[in-house]
Design a binder for this molecule. Structure first.
Ligand code: ADP
Length: 910
């Protein structure tokens, strides 16, 4: 192929200059994509491809009209592409093109999504490699949202720095990540980022991460003293990450640096530790299936603004540890809950608010139009209304809401709003080049021009009447088009009456077009005035926009204050509607809930409230109960009540006393891990390991089954040892649901371990779930009952009961006491199915059928009457023994039962 010249050549040359995935190049009124880019874009966006010839070769070409680029850009960026935009500009002898900006997933301003859109940089200092634990690296993370001007930095160091850094990234869920030089080559780390977030990974130059340069950029952006005042002067990794983000935003040309006014250092220890698994398990923002509906956020979110929704979501994802902040939020929610009328009014007023933080970024980037500035004005003007409402409602005036409203500079906000109102017309057009933006009376010179312009237009408007009167022509009109300018049009039948001064310019089928000198003069005047008017209006508008951009901080502060009112009012509204209560926050290790409910399940179910009591003497609860009885719900409910309390929200309970926790850790068997090709057991153990490393005596731990993914005795042993470790060493508040009945023995042996069970009523073989939680262990497992219900043949069910009872009788596992630290070993035991006894592991049993592994359990081939069974039944029994009722989908269970029945029928028939 010969080298392309002309437009395609220019495109390819520009493409060489950028590392963006796609180039959009302006060609007159279109943005064009050529060659491979045209094919990608056509494919992704359903555009038509044509061919463009160049130097004997043909290149695919696709284009979009100039004004339509933004939605196409959004769509491409959402799909993870980085798109360079080359604009065309006039030069002395024609035009040239240059790449003005690169739109990337993390720097895309025109997003239509309400969620935060984060760009993150991660830097690693020190440490040897990306091992998950035990490395001594320090991670610096900087996170910016160009759409709101938010800019946060944090550092993670210590033994679990890598895991902590990944958790941070997961929480922010950035759209784009810039890995620092050390991280770039760490495939394991990058894989984790890819797996845990939807981010695209982009390359930022190594120089941008260099300490000196990065520090300089941060100082330049936020002021020389900022690093000291934010307390990160010595946090080199954080500063390097921040510098890289700033230079990336600058280089991509989003033009929003002006809206990034405040650097916030982000202190991890202010927040409750919630690892990625826990966020998923508790379904905070989406369900385990990935739906937004049915998540905690979607349940409690009644915000009326997108900024309020963003804030509430952030609160749920980042519960707080400090009692002060929580009490403040609680008091505001309490006040709003009581002041029903004022709350409704407040929410109605806030409903008119636009997204000020986003508008600040738009103003800073120069992409805000007059409607945007009107939106700024209207929203700023709400501040006094909201302030008055709060001040005039006694219950609210005494609440922390007053402080929330005092945070923004209300005077500056009022001033800016007044200025905008004075300058802009009520309902400005969506374009800034066509005039009609600025109110009369705002600028004397503009007024003059407008007056002349309007009077010239009025002259034209009156022209047809005047001419009709003068000439007596009835079919006469005056119009304007691009080629002819203004003209007088006369019907064919009346052209003989046309006066001499009419100069004919065009003949149409039924009419003739004319001009007269004066009309041409007026036309020139109108064009001149029009141009001047548009230019002046645009100038005034741009000055106005610059002033708004310079006041970005006022917009952001006001936006945040309104968002906070919205989020607090939303919590109050939910509390009132659902009869939630204000929890008492304590520093003790207690969790006392009366009449507690699950915040999401109570929405769709006639929920049976239950109680929960934990404290220093009752620190570890083993939760047993039949399958589907509500164990999991009960435990998640405990975690969610704690979490909501630490958001500052009311909680679903009649009363609650919540000892503040430093972290919530959960481990729940997930359905889809096997499908992801990860060994369930490995994942389970990784999660357990993480909990045992991270939890402290101030944490809340939820374990929904441990050790299920392996053979029975492995499982029991691990669950048993983990319990001892949690009780004796870590002393975390723990709820542990298990199907290992053996573990309930721990309740008798360890003083702070108690058994509770979800009650079920069994009468005439029917189980009724009562959903209430009572002290003590369950006295039986209901798995066999399920087998019975499913129609498993009676001999099999009977035999299962026998086997179960024999298993039950064993409590030979020795309990390890609180002297776990001295390394004393427990007696190792194995279960001998032949004898139905547990025997010491080192005394090799004389029995042949000693099973060290549940998967090899051999059920003696006799029925409950001691009669021999045929091999067919024996095989079925084996299979039954291997099935984990809790892990097998019901449909599969039914299919199996059906197969067995058929097999048994066959063997009966034999
Ligand atoms: P388990 O963990 O014991 O298998 P789950 O917690 O998954 O049981 O609960 C099973 C079903 O029972 C769920 O669909 C849940 O909605 C319902 N449920 C649980 N607790 C209650 C309750 N207290 N009141 C009403 N329904 C409940």
């Amino acid at each position: 192929m010969t080298e392309a010249t002309g437009i395609v050549g220019e495109f390819l040359a520009l493409k060489e200059e950028t590392d963006a995935d796609i180039l959009a190049m302006q060609c007159g009124d279109f943005y064009e994509f050529f060659a491979e880019d045209a094919e990608i874009v056509a494919d992704e966006l359903d555009l038509k491809v044509s061919q463009k010839g160049s130097h004997g070769s043909s290149y695919p070409m696709a284009g979009v009209p100039l004004d339509d680029l933004t939605p196409y850009l959004s769509a491409l960026v959402e799909r993870g592409y980085r798109v360079a935009v080359a604009d065309q500009y006039e030069t002395g002898d024609g035009h040239a093109r240059e790449i003005e900006r690169v739109v990337t997933p993390g720097t895309h301003l025109a997003t239509t999504d309400d969620d935060a859109q984060y760009l993150a940089a991660v830097v690693r200092d020190g440490g040897t490699d990306g091992r998950q634990t035990g490395d001594d690296a320090t991670y610096g993370i900087a996170v910016a949202d160009v759409t709101t001007g938010q800019f946060l930095v944090t550092e993670q160091s210590g033994a679990d720095a890598t895991a902590a850094a990944l958790t941070e990234l997961y929480k922010f869920d950035p759209a784009e990540v810039l890995p620092g030089p050390d991280v770039r080559s760490d495939d394991a780390f990058l894989d984790e980022v890819r797996e845990r977030t939807d981010a695209s990974l982009s390359l930022q130059t190594t120089e941008a991460f260099a300490p000196g340069r990065a520090r300089h950029r941060v100082r330049e952006q936020f002021g020389a003293e900022t690093l000291e005042s934010v307390g990160i002067a010595d946090a080199e990794a954080a500063v390097r990450a921040a510098g890289a983000v700033i230079s990336y935003v600058d280089e991509t040309g989003a033009g929003v640096l002006a809206s990034m006014t405040r650097l916030q250092s982000f202190d991890e220890s202010a927040y409750v530790d919630l690892d990625a698994t826990t966020q998923r398990n508790l379904e905070l923002t989406e369900t385990m299936q990935g739906d937004r509906d049915g998540s905690l956020f979607s349940t409690v979110d009644h915000t009326v603004t997108s900024a309020g929704g963003r804030l509430l979501r952030e609160w749920l994802q980042r519960p707080r540890r400090s009692r002060g902040e929580l009490t403040r939020r609680q008091s505001a929610v309490a006040a709003l809950a009581e002041a029903a009328m004022a709350r409704d009014q407040l929410r109605e007023t806030l409903g008119d608010a636009y997204d000020l933080e986003r508008l600040a970024s738009k103003a800073a980037s120069g992409s805000a139009d007059a409607r945007d500035l009107r939106a700024v004005q209207e929203t700023l003007a709400l501040l006094p209304a909201v302030g008055d409402l709060i001040a005039e409602t006694d219950r609210l005036a005494d609440s922390p809401l007053t402080d929330v409203l005092d945070r923004p500079d209300r005077e500056a906000a009022a001033e800016l709003a007044a200025d905008l109102d004075e300058a802009l017309v009520e309902d400005p057009p969506g374009t800034v080049t066509q005039g009609g933006l600025i109110r009369q009376g705002f600028d004397a010179e503009l007024d003059e021009i407008i007056e002349s312009h309007e009077s010239a237009l009025a002259w034209i408007e009156e022209l047809p009447e005047r001419e009709k009167r003068k000439t007596g022509i009835t079919h006469l009109s005056v119009d304007r088009n691009k080629t002819d300018g203004y003209y007088i049009q006369v019907g064919k039948s009346e052209t003989d009456r046309v006066p001499e001064e009419y100069e004919q310019i065009k003949t149409l089928k039924n009419s003739e077009r004319y001009v007269v000198d004066e009309l041409e003069e007026r036309e020139r005047e109108i064009l001149r005035l029009e141009e001047r008017r548009h230019e002046m209006e645009r100038e005034i508008f741009e000055r106005l926009r610059d002033r708004v951009a310079a006041r970005a901080e006022v917009l952001q502060e006001t936006g945040r204050a309104l968002a906070e009112c919205d989020a607090l009012a939303s919590l109050a509204a939910h509390a009132v509607r659902n009869d939630w209560t204000r929890p008492e926050l304590t520093d003790g290790r207690e969790l006392a809930v009366e009449g507690g409910r699950h915040p999401v399940v109570e929405q769709t179910t006639q929920f049976v409230p239950n109680d929960l009591y934990m404290d220093d003497d009752r620190q570890f609860l083993i939760v047993t109960g039949p399958n589907m009885s509500g164990k999991s719900t009960y435990m998640r409910q405990a975690a969610l009540i704690t979490l909501l309390a630490q958001v500052g929200s009311f909680v679903p309970a009649r009363s609650a006393r919540v000892g503040l926790v430093d972290g919530i850790y959960t481990r729940v068997g997930a359905l889809d891990e096997l499908a992801q090709g990860r060994s369930t057991f490995m994942v389970e153990m990784q999660e357990l390991s993480n909990i045992l490393h991270s939890a402290t005596d101030d944490s809340l731990v939820i374990l929904d089954e441990v050790g299920r993914g392996t053979a029975t005795y492995d499982g029991i042993s691990i669950a048993w040892a983990a319990t001892e470790y949690l009780v004796n060493r870590i002393q975390a508040k723990t709820l542990f649901a298990t199907h290992y009945h053996e573990l309930t023995a721990l309740g008798e042996e360890l003083p702070t371990v108690e058994n509770v069970h979800v009650a079920a009523d069994e009468r005439d073989g029917d189980v009724t779930f009562l959903r209430t939680v009572e002290d003590g262990p369950t006295n039986r497992s209901y798995g066999v009952h399920v087998a019975d219900l499913a129609g498993v043949p009676e001999p099999v069910v009977d035999r299962s009961r026998d086997v179960l009872d024999r298993l039950r009788e064993e409590k030979a596992i020795e309990v390890q006491g609180s002297d776990v630290a001295d390394g004393s070993e427990t007696e190792q035991v194995v279960f001998d199915l032949g004898s139905g006894e547990l025997v010491a592991g080192d005394t090799n049993s004389s029995q042949q059928q000693v099973a060290t592994d549940g998967s090899q359990m051999e059920v003696p081939a006799t029925d409950s009457n001691g009669q021999s069974l045929d091999p067919e039944t024996e095989a079925i029994l084996d299979e039954l023994g291997d099935i984990d009722v809790n892990e097998t989908p019901p449909v599969e269970l039914m299919a199996k039962v059906q197969t067995w029945q058929e097999q048994l029928d066959d063997s009966d028939a034999d």
